[in-house]
Design a protein around this ligand. Structure first.
Ligand code: B4P
Length: 188
């Protein structure tokens, strides 16, 4: 199986590039951000529980997101692209354990690197149409602070396993997709 972690700060292009990878490599897309937004849109108890946390730019609890991922790991898939997960070292450890139970593992992490001001510009622009409660400048800056303190150590976690690949995340979407595919072709 080809199991990829697509990593980067909010607005780095994870969702955008995931779509390309799914089309090219036939992987199952697992985005915890999309799952949480679907829960909020459906008005479920879980959706109600996470609404305020997401609007405040904070991370949802490890327990909730690990449970969301665990129930979607289908052993018949060719592989998975994890988008926006893991976001803490505890989530990365849980993912390693879940995949080991299925006799598989993460193949590599692709980390998109984008300067903070570019992230803010992209997300403020998206906020004009997205209707997302977390796409406003104040919340975007809080999300970046959360990323720097809680999520960045996840890159180090995969670096220790020799699985980290850093990619320049500024440029056209096509050019970045080419860089991502260049890395993934080494593992496919
Ligand atoms: P996510 O949905 O993962 O949101 P995100 O970090 O903003 O990434 P997204 O994929 O949406 O944006 P992209 O970079 O593609 O998470 C939202 C919230 O859910 C989190 O803050 C947290 O509260 C919660 N959550 C999710 N997962 C969690 C977890 N595991 N643990 C705890 N909490 C969790 O794109 C951004 C914009 O940039 C788009 O408008 C795009 O068009 C544009 N763009 C992309 N590439 C570009 C390029 N090359 N040039 C210019 N613009 C570009």
């Amino acid at each position: 199986m080809l199991n990829i972690v697509l990593f980067g700060p909010p607005g780095a292009g994870k969702g955008t590039q995931s779509q390309r990878v799914i089309d090219t490599f036939g992987l199952v897309h697992l985005s915890t951000g999309d799952m949480l937004r679907a829960e909020m849109a459906s008005g479920s108890e879980l959706g109600e529980q996470v609404k305020g946390i997401i609007a405040a730019g904070q991370l949802v609890s490890d327990e909730i997101v690990i449970a969301l991922i665990a129930k979607r790991l289908d052993a018949d898939a060719k592989g998975f692209i994890f988008d926006g997960f893991p976001r803490t070292v505890a989530q990365a450890e849980a993912l390693d354990n879940l995949l080991a139970e299925k006799n598989t593992a993460i193949s590599c992490m692709v980390a998109l690197e984008v300067p903070e001001e570019e992230l803010v510009t992209r997300l403020v622009k998206r906020g004009i149409d997205s209707g997302r409660s977390d796409d406003n400048e104040e919340t975007i800056r809080k999300r970046i602070t959360e990323y720097n303190s809680k999520t960045l150590p996840v890159a180090e976690y995969y670096a220790k396993q020799d699985k980290l690949n850093k990619i320049e995340g500024v440029g056209s979407i096509e050019d970045i997709a080419g860089r991502v595919a260049g890395v993934l072709n080494q593992y496919a």
